[in-house]
Design a protein around this ligand. Structure first.
Ligand code: ZN
Length: 190
């Protein structure tokens, strides 16, 4: 959902994400507008943006999945879920650090993040069972960073909301605000 003030009468309106890019009509004054997501002006610097424009199918290919699992298992025998959590943090950092020299490093990073996120509810319960507050979660954090570089802002917002709801530490609100900046056009484009 996106909340904004009508550009004609300033009264608050709400549209669903599906209305993005479409023309709308204010239910108060009948004024016509269009809601569009613009690239956040204060988004992370994008000098290496090209590296992030890989084929997303690479992220979930059987090869990528197998390589991530192998990397996790090669580091230590899997112990309890909290060990697994820290192993994923290491593996994500390892792949991410190699993004300049290995063209598959970013898809591998994304896959490692997705596996880490899939385990998040279980990891969360394990921290709670030990009376510990939730730390940061590399899977959410790094994947949100990758999606932001890819300008998939809607995915970033959804991911940050999920991380925030689960209670992982991080500056989720800041990233959500940055990626959710909207601008409202007064006139229907011709
Ligand atoms: Zn209006």
């Amino acid at each position: 959902m996106i909340d904004f003030a009508c550009p004609h009468c300033e009264r608050m309106l709400r549209v669903s994400d599906k209305e993005l890019g479409k023309a709308g009509k204010c239910r108060h004054c009948g004024g016509v507008f269009m809601v569009v997501l613009v690239e956040p002006p204060d988004a992370a610097p994008n000098e290496d943006a090209e590296a992030y424009q890989y084929d997303v199918a690479l992220e979930s290919s059987p090869d990528t999945q197998a390589r991530v699992r192998l990397e996790v298992q090669s580091r230590a025998p899997l112990g309890n879920i909290l060990d697994t959590h820290y192993l994923y943090e290491e593996v994500i950092a390892y792949f991410h650090e190699h993004r300049a020299e290995d063209p598959l490093a970013l898809p591998l990073t994304a896959q490692a993040c997705m596996q880490h996120i899939a385990l998040a509810p279980e990891i969360k319960d394990a921290f709670a069972a030990r009376g510990l507050s939730l730390p940061t979660h590399a899977g959410y954090q790094v994947l949100a960073g990758i999606r932001e570089k890819q300008r998939r802002f809607k995915d970033v917002v959804e991911m940050c909301m999920q991380a925030k709801t689960e209670g992982w530490a991080g500056d989720w609100d800041q990233r959500i605000a940055r990626c959710r900046k909207t601008t409202v056009m007064k006139k229907h484009p011709e």
